[in-house]
Ligand binder design. Sequence first.
Ligand code: HEC
Length: 170
Amino acid sequence: MHFGIGIKSGGLCRIILLTSFTLFMSTLLSAGLSHADEKKEADDTENKEIKELMKKLDKHYKAAQERMGYYVLSDSDWATLLKTGEVISRLTDRVLKEFVPPDDKEFLKFSQEMKKRADEIYKSANEKYLGAYEDIQYSFGRLRNSCKNCHNHLEIQIYTDLYPGQSSPE
Ligand code: HEC
């Protein structure tokens, strides 16, 4: 008899312990989950923002690309190159300020490279010295490399529709 009660109260004790443990765990779990949700939402917003930024950057990149390989530039061609340097430099400032993942040294390096080349393009297009256009073509090639290197590093394929299964050609 005495023995029996012992088992019963032990069982009850176990049930209470188990219940509070389960409650405790589910509280922890749901707190953890909603935290994960918030984080995912923040990541999504950030991803959307950098995509928007990249689209603008790409527009100016392409405008300059159309002017590579000409040997006589009109005033409006020079103006386009100047604008490309200026806008890409400014947008890269935003990348550097807002989007560099804290632990990604490569991302930082490619952003700094992009900034440097955009500034070079701006300077040459602004000063239009003898050989400025050749310098711009050189800097543009380096700029293109920074795009490619960062996308490859992140394993992003930009032109998947054009080149299915291949990494972006820019
Ligand atoms: C330091 C890293 C980095 C550099 C440098 C970089 N990009 Fe990007 N690019 C990204 C990231 C991050 C995304 C968004 C990836 C995703 O889809 O999740 C992106 C996406 C893009 C997209 C697709 C946007 C969309 O609508 O999804 C284009 C186009 C693009 N980049 C063009 C360029 C061009 C042109 C350059 C060079 C002038 C460049 N990028 C340089 C990181 C970079």
